[in-house]
Design a binder for this molecule. Structure first.
Ligand code: MG
Ligand code: MG
Length: 251
């Protein structure tokens, strides 16, 4: 069942979302050559705790860290390790925080130093595809409208859309119904209603969108080793559109 959140629940989800936003802001200056993803994980963990929240992903299905750190060809669910970031890498940080039982979930891809033109293009248009999807959200539209818009945008920019991984509802569970795919047919799928809270999260690739899962049981990367980017916001459907809960003032 897709739940409709009460005003009080939306306030708590907004608070959780704001902590996720602040965690991204806090980590950004540390994303430099030489830092390990484990160090980023520790910084994120301690910051989330300092905000009176807990990291949503720590222990989720046995995930061994507080955030997901996915570098270059890694799409999602990269496990923080002793790997050091290098200039020219891109890294996707997927961060979840739970505040008083309610979650926020947001991913962003960052450049490490100066990156290749093609990576800048991938990042720019994956981020834009997220906002193209969010534009479709208002009561009366369908989940399929979001994915259709993201897919059309990605295809127009010659980028691949990972189809096996999807967005989701967010509430007292970090992953709730409905699925929010990054592809779809307009006018199909669950109807969007005021008070629904969902995470929209396009994962786009420079090459083929085919993915493989590594032996660690978590890390998902592109089959052709070409780069992937990931942008995600948790949002609430409002009476006339959408409000981003993980975006801060600048969206
Ligand atoms: Mg996420
Ligand atoms: Mg998510």
């Amino acid at each position: 069942m897709i739940s409709i959140k009460s005003e009080r629940e939306i306030e708590l989800l907004e608070h959780a979302g704001h902590i996720v936003y602040l965690t991204h802001c806090y980590l950004k200056p540390y994303i430099k050559a030489g830092i390990t993803t484990k160090e980023l994980d520790k910084l994120a963990h301690d910051f989330i705790i300092s905000q009176g929240a807990t990291p949503s992903f720590l222990g989720y299905d046995g995930f061994p860290a507080s955030i997901c750190t996915s570098i270059n060809e890694e799409v999602v669910h990269g496990i923080p390790s002793n790997r050091k970031l290098k200039n020219g890498d891109i890294i996707s940080l997927d961060i979840g925080a739970c505040y008083k039982g309610y979650h926020g979930d947001s991913a962003w891809t960052y450049a490490v130093g100066e990156v290749d033109k093609s990576l800048k293009y991938l990042m720019e248009h994956t981020e834009k595809s997220l906002f193209v999807g969010l534009k479709e959200i208002k009561p009366g539209n369908h989940i399929g409208d979001i994915g259709a818009a993201i897919l059309e945008y990605a295809e127009a920019h010659k980028l691949g859309v990972v189809k096996e991984l999807v967005g989701h509802g967010v509430g007292t569970d970090v992953h709730e119904e409905p699925d929010v795919p990054n592809y779809g047919v307009r006018g199909t799928g669950p109807l969007l209603k005021e008070g629904m809270v969902i995470a929209v999260e396009p994962m786009l690739t420079l090459g083929s969108p085919d993915i493989v899962i590594l032996d660690d049981g978590w890390t998902i990367e592109t089959e052709d080793y070409q780069a992937s980017a990931h942008y995600e916001h948790t949002v609430v459907v409002t009476s006339d559109g959408v409000k981003i809960l993980t975006g801060g003032k600048n969206g």
